[in-house]
Design a protein around this ligand. Structure first.
Ligand code: ATP
Ligand code: MG
Length: 272
């Protein structure tokens, strides 16, 4: 038998081989563990859930719903699927996060007490005597290696045995490092470590500048774009999956709603 070609698609692997001058093919369906986001409508777009252990970028302009998406993913994971989560904040304080969750009726304090949710505050700035200063205990320019941050995140994951992680936002993290190659290496290391720990992660990023493709878009295995467009005297919010390696997904732009109980994707056929 001579193996001639391997064809890989999102959901299968096909082997072409020659035996006694005849060509044969064998197709093997690939299965993977699906992590349900718990965001109504979203899992239907992505064939039932995210691939376990993968890191996905959630990108969008201010107020498009990125943080809400991340918090809802962790809240639903801990509450509905018994999957603990870690929220790494580089922008909002833990107190602000609690208040945001409360406005959607999510009691994260209880989940934190049960060890199902952990907030790690790695903001590069702190408020001291009402003056914003650089937090020298964590960052000293670029002298603090990216791996230290990765270790901090991994120790948080181990503490609650987390299956889910949200970094909010990676853009703020990227600002700490001017060396792009170093940043990409660090990010690749983080993504690999998260995959090794089977931790399915959302990496929140801000809208990139026109014509610039951020490195995290290449490093992550998926990109979900959130947006809002002006409609007369109000605005419509939308969501679109731009890429999701190894997952069959819808390419369409879907409308979303942010309501009292959180975010949902609107589509007549979308139920889960
Ligand atoms: N309880 C609520 N009910 C309905 N809508 C809400 C509620 N709380 C917040 N919102 C809406 O969600 C928006 C903020 O969403 P979110 O913080 O998730 O956006 P974001 O993309 O993370 O923004 P940023 O880039 O500034 O961090 C608010 O501007 C508000 O319009
Ligand atoms: Mg936010």
């Amino acid at each position: 038998m001579v193996l001639t070609t391997i064809i890989c698609s999102a959901s299968s692997v096909t082997l072409l081989y020659i035996e006694k001058s005849a060509i044969f093919t064998v197709t093997m369906e690939l299965t993977y563990t699906k992590v349900r986001t718990g965001i109504p409508g979203f899992d239907t777009i992505i064939s039932g859930g995210l691939r376990e252990g993968r890191s996905i970028v959630i990108c969008g302009p201010p107020g498009s719903g990125k943080t809400t998406f991340g918090l809802q993913y962790l809240y639903s994971g801990a509450k509905d699927f018994d999957e603990p989560g870690v929220y790494v904040t580089l922008s909002q304080s833990a107190d602000e996060i609690h208040k945001d969750c409360k406005s959607f009726g999510w009691d994260i304090r209880e989940l934190m007490e049960q060890g199902k949710l952990l907030i790690i505050d790695v903001r590069p700035f702190k408020l001291e005597n009402e003056i914003v200063t650089l937090d020298e205990s964590l960052y000293r320019g670029e002298s603090v290696p990216f791996e230290h941050l990765t270790q901090l995140i991994l120790s948080g994951i181990k503490r609650v045995d987390a299956k889910r992680l949200v970094v909010d936002s990676l853009t703020v993290l990227a600002m700490q490092y001017s060396n792009k190659f170093y940043m990409r290496q660090g990010m690749q290391g983080l993504v690999q470590a998260l995959e090794d720990h089977n931790c399915t992660s959302l990496l929140i990023t801000e809208q990139p500048q026109q014509g610039l493709i951020p490195i995290e878009w290449y490093v992550a295995s998926g990109i979900v774009m959130m947006d809002h467009v002006r409609k007369e005297d109000t605005m419509d919010r939308t969501i679109q999956v731009l890429k999701l390696r190894g997952v069959r997904h819808d390419d369409q732009i879907f409308p979303i709603k942010l309501e009292n109980d959180g975010l949902k994707v609107l589509h007549p056929k979308l139920t889960t």
